[in-house]
Design a protein around this ligand. Structure first.
Ligand code: ZN
Length: 317
């Protein structure tokens, strides 16, 4: 048995938001290249992501959000046939093309299938190389490159469909996971721990928040060692006390010092360290169960190296 699964789908390459957009299909190529060259990919159980069922999307989102996105997608196809532009704009940074709908369902479907496989014991943990990312998508709103909140959907799914009692969400993206916070607010079965650069898009998360969240806003130019100390002091005691039965990771790698969407100073060694600490908690309380899904990470070289470092720890390589 391969201890670590790797879930993706070619549809996740087809969603794109125009020339020069940082959330581009080449991000997945950078990850695949690095896994191939390093040999790490050979150690993973590779799986094709299914399309998520709408009933599962609705564990985290209003039915109207999915209906609206579906409607925009259908209208776009008609408009393109009539000679219109190839995108519909949702916000200044977030656009749909004709493949976005399927890519979004594959991204959520990957995380749900990974959840099934890990809970079934087919693998100890899994990484989902998916886009569009999810952690900015709120229960009724797509925004910030995100359409459906892949990790929040999977956390709810583990509770509702698999009967787990407590799950944790770890979000180490440089941006605040406003969408995840919006969806899990007040749900005491879920503990979310995160750090994020503040102030930075979406400019939320630093104010007082619910008891089921540990938000650590940090200023620009914070280095990895300082983040590690904060994690040790602020995340670890809460994670230990919560005793999650499974851990989901919103794995954004844009706090890397080479990433220009944030101004933080992490390196791939810091991502390896964070993954190791999360894995320690998973080993003690959750039978090692971790499902991690790609969020941000826009410097292609740094992204490839960081995902490799993250997966090496997950897979004990
Ligand atoms: Zn981000």
């Amino acid at each position: 048995m391969n201890a670590t699964g790797y879930f993706t789908h070619k549809d996740c390459w087809k969603h794109e938001m125009g020339p020069g957009h940082p959330e581009c299909p080449e991000r997945l190529d950078a990850i695949e290249d690095r896994l191939l060259v390093s040999g790490v990919g050979d150690a993973l159980a590779r799986r094709e992501a299914p399309l998520a069922a709408l009933g599962d999307i609705e564990l985290a989102h209003d039915r109207m959000l999915a209906a609206a996105l579906r409607g925009l997608s259908d209208t776009l196809a008609d408009d393109i046939k009539a000679g219109g532009p190839p995108y519909v704009q949702i916000d200044p940074d977030t656009l749909l093309n004709v493949h976005t709908w399927n890519a979004a369902l594959r991204a959520a479907g990957a995380v749900l299938a990974a959840t099934d496989s890990v809970i079934a014991g087919e693998m100890e943990n899994a990484f989902c190389a998916v886009r569009p990312p999810g952690h900015h998508a709120e229960h009724n709103k797509a925004m910030g490159f995100c359409f459906f909140n892949n990790i929040a959907i999977a956390a709810k799914y583990a509770l509702e469909r698999h009967g787990l009692k407590r799950v944790a969400i770890v979000d180490f993206d440089v941006h605040h996971g406003n969408g995840t916070e919006d969806i899990i607010r007040g749900d005491e079965r879920i503990l979310m721990v995160s750090f994020f650069q503040h102030p930075l898009f979406p400019f939320s998360g630093a104010e007082a928040h619910d008891g089921n969240m540990v938000n650590l806003p940090v200023p620009a130019y914070t280095k990895g060692m300082e983040v590690r100390e904060l994690i040790e002091m602020m995340w670890m005691p809460r994670l230990e006390a919560f005793q999650p039965e499974m851990i989901f990771i919103s794995a954004g790698f844009d706090a890397h010092r080479e990433d220009e969407l944030g101004q933080m100073g992490l390196t791939e060694q810091d991502y390896a360290w964070i993954t190791m600490r999360v894995k320690d908690v998973a080993k003690r309380h959750a039978k090692g169960r971790i499902v991690s899904a790609l969020e941000g990470g826009y410097n292609l070289s740094a992204l490839g190296r960081s995902v490799e470092a993250h997966i090496r720890v997950l897979a004990d390589l």
